[in-house]
Every structure is written in C-alpha cells, then in structure tokens.
Design a protein. Structure first.
Ligand code: AMP
Ligand code: MN
Ligand code: MN
Ligand code: MN
Length: 273
C-alpha cells in the first residue's frame, strides 16, 4: 500500500504528523508522503515517525494554484523542504491565506455569523488557515450540519463566504517544486468543477508548464474514475500518482493507504528518476 497525498495538523488534517504516520503504518502503508496545504512544517516530525515505523517517507506539499479563474492543487513530491525558492513561494501563499481568511470572516459576519475568523484561527491552532477550518467552525456554531453542507451553503464558489483568490500560477508552483528537486503532480484531477473540454485544456497547460504526473487513483474514487484518469495520464504523457487525500479519521470511508494497482502503460511517479 502506498499513499502520496495526506494532511496533518500542519494544515487542515486532524492528526499530528506522527499520529498520521502511525495510522498509515498500522494500515499497511509502506510508502507515504505528507502533503499539507502550502506548508512544510509537518515534514520533519513525519520523517522521524516514518523512520521509527520502518516505512519510506516522501517529503511533500500541496500547493494552491490558479489557472483561468480555477483553483488547481499541485502536489510536490520528493521536495527539498529547505529550498529557499520553494519556501519563499509558500510564504507568499500563506500571506494570501491570512488576508483571505480575514475577508471570509468579514463576509460571514455580514451574513450574521459572528466570530468565524477567530473560530477558524483557533481551530487551525496557529497553523495555515483553510476553508476546512471555517467549515468546522460553521458546524460547531450550528450553521451547518456537515462540512460538505458548510461548503455548499457558505464556502463554495458563488456562496456568501467565498473569496476569489489569485494563488500561484502553474509555472510558478511547478517551478518552485522543480527548484526544490521535486516532482509536480496534479492533484485529484476529476474533482475540479470543470467541463471535460476545460479539464483537457488544464491538463495540457499543466504539462506545458512542466508538470510531471497526475493522481490516477484518488482516495475513494471509483473504478470508472480511475480508468478515466489513467486514460488522461497516458494521453498527456504524465506519470501516475496515488493518494487518499486523507484529512480526518472521522471520515472512515477515506483512510490512509491505496492499493496501488496502476495500468502497465503508466509510469508510477515513485519510480521516476
Ligand atoms: P482552501 O485551500 O482553504 O480553499 O481549502 C480547501 C480544502 O477544503 C480542501 O483541501 C478540502 O480539505 C476542504 N474541502 C473542500 N471542499 C470540501 C467539501 N465539499 N467538504 C469537505 N471539505 C471540503
Ligand atoms: Mn484540505
Ligand atoms: Mn486538494
Ligand atoms: Mn489534499
């Protein structure tokens, strides 16, 4: 079992990096990456825990990128987290997150939801504030029953708490990952709210900007989705990655660890030189 897309408390995951590694190891994962949003703070702890558990660790990050008014997530794997260019880029994205979180708070306040910014900051525990933390606050304060409902009613595109954000360009995010010696992987390609033709253009733009791979098996996606993603990877000459995008043990349908059975014609990203 392999898992190259997971979150810890360094961004919007529920577990500490060490707890996450221990859970993955207990589930039989032998190769694991930590990929927090725009942040590498959890990597050292995860590396130590993986060493102790006898499993192979891949340092990673999930970078927020913008392409044609869409947000794309670019996972960087095998990164040197000390790389100054990468860290300068991530620092810029975290600054954008600070301003954006304030604005989300203002918009929710205008809708009669008080203290959302402070609540999200508290739930983030001093780390990167994401919409997940706002969603948790909206549940906690009784404005939504589930995280999904919080996104549907308040935080998703076109909803009152949504703030259009200019993240890094594809060229920038892929450039930072390459500067840090890593591989750039387009995360969860079938989960962007895009028409098929737009997704084809996004994949072409990702490839054109130097992207190396895309996720072919994503968490709880079904067999059809995997077959579709495998077809796109072949068509665009991208290597294949697998990841759960695990955040929280409270969603037991999406736990760490993927049976990595990729089609023979695709190169697994963990076998790229
Ligand atoms: P952000 O990067 O701050 O825009 O937050 C994006 C994160 O919100 C994603 O990485 C997911 O963890 C979470 N998220 C997005 N949509 C949903 C949803 N419908 N239900 C639960 N979590 C979601
Ligand atoms: Mn997340
Ligand atoms: Mn993502
Ligand atoms: Mn993710």
């Amino acid at each position: 079992m392999i898992d190259l897309h997971l979150h810890s408390r360094a961004s919007d995951g529920a577990l500490t990096p060490a707890e996450l590694v221990q859970l993955a190891a207990a589930r039989g994962v032998r190769l694991l990456a930590l990929t927090d949003h725009d942040c590498t703070d959890g990597l050292a702890e995860a590396d130590t825990a993986a060493h102790a558990a006898g499993i192979e660790f891949v340092p990673g990050v999930e970078i927020s990128a913008s392409w044609e008014h869409h947000t794309l997530h670019i996972v960087g794997l095998y990164i040197d987290a000390e790389n100054p260019q990468l860290q300068a880029g991530l620092a810029r994205l975290r600054e954008i997150r600070v301003t954006r979180a304030q604005e989300i708070g203002r918009r929710l306040a205008a809708r009669g939801i008080a203290d959302a910014h402070a609540g999200a900051q508290r739930l983030a525990g001093g780390q990167v504030v994401t919409r997940s933390h706002f969603a948790q606050y909206l549940c906690e304060s009784g404005h939504a029953r589930t995280l999904n409902e919080a996104f549907r009613k308040f935080l998703g595109r076109g909803k009152p708490g949504h703030v259009a954000t200019m993240w890094a360009s594809l060229e920038e995010s892929i450039g930072w990952i390459h500067a840090a010696g890593g591989k750039a992987v387009l995360a969860h390609p079938l989960r962007y709210d895009m028409t098929r033709s737009r997704l084809m253009r996004a994949l072409a733009a990702f490839r054109q900007a130097g992207g190396d791979a895309m996720e072919v098996i994503c968490g709880r996606d079904n067999h059809d989705a995997t077959a579709t993603a495998a077809h796109y990877a072949g068509r665009f000459g991208l290597a294949a990655s697998v990841g759960s995008d695990f955040h929280n043990p409270a969603t037991p349908w999406n736990l760490p660890g993927i049976e990595a059975a990729l089609p023979d014609n695709l190169t697994p990203v963990w076998q790229c030189s």
